[in-house]
Ligand binder design. Structure first.
Ligand SMILES: Cc1cc2nc3c(=O)[nH]c(=O)nc-3n(C[C@H](O)[C@H](O)[C@H](O)COP(=O)(O)O)c2cc1C
Length: 136
């Protein structure tokens, strides 16, 4: 397991969208934008699935994913393993959060699941001499 620093968490919360990368079990990659994201703790983040299709199928057959986010030239890549919760407290809280979000935006939104990423490795993605360095 790898822990996010305060700065990594701050930037994760600040950016509007992160890139969620998955792959099929035979290695065909897929990257999509996701904005419904939350930090659970230093080594766990949550993404709400409203519209995921190929991504969801990939995560079911291959739960190893990456999440990359950045602002300007500062950015991080979180790698780890997901579980998908479609019932229970965390899912119910996510469903409520997404419902309220939809109401605020004036277009109904419904969460199909809470994707829980346990972070196992963190890399920097800033360009320059330390590019791609493992940070945790
Ligand atoms: C800015 C932006 C934010 C998005 N946020 C989410 C999100 O939080 N959850 C979600 O399920 N889909 C979200 N989407 C939609 C998915 O990225 C989109 O449905 C994508 O086509 C899913 O592709 P897939 O079939 O490869 O999984 C977002 C799209 C954009 C453009």
């Amino acid at each position: 397991m790898a822990k996010m620093t305060d700065r990594m968490k701050e930037l994760f919360e600040k950016v509007s969208t992160v890139a969620l990368g998955t792959s099929t079990s035979d290695g065909i990659s897929n990257v999509v934008p996701v904005g419904a994201k939350k930090i659970i703790d230093d080594e766990t983040v949550l993404i709400s699935d409203q519209f995921l299709n190929k991504t969801l199928a990939n995560m079911k057959s291959n739960p190893r994913v990456s999440v990359t986010y950045w602002e300007g030239h500062e950015g991080y890549q979180l790698k780890g393993t997901v579980t998908i919760e479609t019932s229970g407290k965390r899912f119910e809280e996510t469903a409520e959060w997404i419902k309220v979000l939809g109401e605020k935006k004036g277009s109904p939104l419904k969460s199909k699941g809470a994707v829980i990423l346990t972070i196992e490795e963190i890399f920097g993605v800033a360009p320059g001499p330390g590019a791609g360095k493992q940070l945790a």
